[in-house]
Design a protein around this ligand. Structure first.
Ligand SMILES: C[S@@+](CC[C@H](N)C(=O)[O-])C[C@H]1O[C@@H](n2cnc3c(N)ncnc32)[C@H](O)[C@@H]1O
Length: 214
């Protein structure tokens, strides 16, 4: 699916992701805050959704996509063309007006979420959205125990691989992992919603929203 902005045609994001993110955005009360996207991509979520729910968009993307040019000369968008790890380590400030942080990863967002909370202190409530596409890899590699264990190790899983073979269990694992991170850093996290992509190619990619509170 494609849609047009002023001058360029850009690819639309998955309907399920957009719907899931939109449900979370509708809960944002302060529309003059900051939304931080740590996997900004080509700015599709920014354009379609996030720009309508905040005053400042901070966008982190390691690729210098031409589609991001349209945000460059507008003060409300702050774009960092670098890895999110580098951004978190060197540029992330304590954003007092943060209303939502988005981790729209291709694979697992967990290492980035962990790094984020190692640096950022939760002093006020905000929303957190994530995408986890790793369940697809898990399904493809299900027969290959060694490969699976390798994937899980890199994701930081401690549980047995057999327990993670469906997106439902994976969602459960994501909630438990977020709760564990929250406990380590002394904040609270509650799940708001979850959806999975039901298309053929990206089937079972997980989209989730959480509320983070001190
Ligand atoms: C699923 S896409 C994000 C789509 C985006 N939310 C949008 O609406 O256009 C994931 C993006 O994360 C970027 N990415 C992957 N690893 C990254 C990293 N470590 N730091 C910053 N960006 C990264 C990729 O280049 C890719 O554009």
């Amino acid at each position: 699916m494609k849609y047009k902005t002023k001058s360029i045609t850009i690819q639309a994001v998955s309907t399920w992701k957009l719907k899931q993110r939109e449900m979370v955005c509708q809960k944002i009360q302060n529309k003059n805050g900051t939304i931080l996207e740590l996997f900004a991509g080509k700015g599709i979520l920014t354009e379609k959704l996030y720009k309508n729910y905040c005053k400042t968009n901070i966008m982190i993307e390691k690729e210098n996509y031409v589609e991001l040019d349209r945000f460059k000369n507008d003060d409300r968008y702050k774009i960092f063309f670098k890895s999110n790890t580098d951004y978190i380590k060197n540029d992330l400030d304590q954003l007092d007006d943060l209303t939502l942080v988005d981790f729209d990863a291709f694979g697992t967002p967990i290492p980035t979420i962990k790094s984020f909370f190692e640096k950022f202190q939760v002093k006020k409530p905000f929303f957190l959205c994530l995408t986890d596409g790793n369940v697809i890899k898990i399904r493809y590699e299900y027969q290959n125990k060694e490969r699976l264990l390798d994937i899980f190790q890199r994701m930081g899983y401690v549980t047995e691989y057999k327990k993670l073979n469906s997106f439902l269990l994976m969602q459960k694992w994501l909630i438990l992992t977020l709760k564990k991170i929250a406990k380590e850093h002394n904040f609270n996290v509650e799940k708001i919603n979850m959806m999975n992509n039901q298309s053929k190619g990206a089937g079972s990619t997980i989209y989730m929203g959480f509320e983070v509170k001190p």
